[in-house]
Ligand binder design. Structure first.
Ligand SMILES: [Zn+2]
Ligand SMILES: [Zn+2]
Length: 230
């Protein structure tokens, strides 16, 4: 696909020039990269370094070990991710995968994981949409780092109601049985989950929970976007 037509810019959606670039010069500075200090657990921006954890992670213990996110989920990113997910802008994954690799390459090596696993979507949603945006991110990232992508092990067995309308407790319940591993034993010890948006971490926790039940020891998390919230 990438060879057939020039990329559209994930920020303004215009065709990027010159050909081969993945974002316009004028849009580059509009990407809201996450800046230090960040929460030691989820990677969200926090106000003061002494805080160590964001208020969410202070309250809720997570099943995943540690997470990092590339960009703040602001207005620019809300528009971009919405087009990436719902308007077939699959090509945005090219820039986002490259940036995940550039920013987190060292972190990924430190984690020492064996595999990237995208957070799955339900198969009916996959049929309708034709792709899983988290899978595209993982595939694109994998072009720059030496890790395989496993999109088959973890599946989504339940279509979950929109998490937005639920409180934390309801989210956890809603997600508890939504994921499953296809094999009786998870063959990886250290896994990096890849997802597009992180809000409370309940999706990541549900995935990490089933992977650990299957035998994984550490589950890390890389997200394209993360909400703010100190
Ligand atoms: Zn642009
Ligand atoms: Zn946090």
């Amino acid at each position: 696909m990438s060879l057939l037509y020039p990329a559209r810019c994930p920020v303004c959606d215009d065709i990027v020039t010159p050909k081969g670039e993945l974002i316009c010069e004028r849009c580059r500075h509009k990407l809201p990269y996450i800046k230090e200090p960040i929460c030691k657990c989820c990677g969200k921006e926090i106000r003061r370094r002494e805080q160590e954890y964001c208020s969410d992670c202070q309250r809720i213990p997570h099943h995943y070990t540690e997470g990092r996110a590339l960009l703040a989920y602001n207005e620019v990113m809300q528009r971009s991710v919405s087009a990436f997910k719902y308007k077939n802008r699959q090509e945005y994954a090219r820039l986002y995968g490259r940036e995940l690799a550039r920013v987190f390459g060292r972190q990924i090596s430190r984690w020492g994981a064996e595999v990237l696993i995208p957070v799955p979507i339900h198969k009916s949603r996959y049929r309708k949409r034709g792709y899983n945006q988290a899978g595209l991110l993982a595939d694109s990232l994998a072009e720059y780092i030496e890790l395989p992508v496993d999109s088959r092990l973890l599946i989504r067995t339940k279509k979950t109601t929109a998490q937005k309308s639920l409180n934390t407790k309801e989210r956890v319940k809603n997600l508890q049985d939504a994921f499953q591993v296809k094999k009786s034993v998870v063959q990886y010890k250290k896994i990096i989950l890849v997802d597009d948006i992180y809000t409370t971490g309940s999706t990541a926790d549900a995935c990490a929970g089933v992977l650990k039940d299957g035998g994984a020891e550490q589950v890390y998390l890389l997200c394209l976007c993360i909400g703010s919230g100190f």
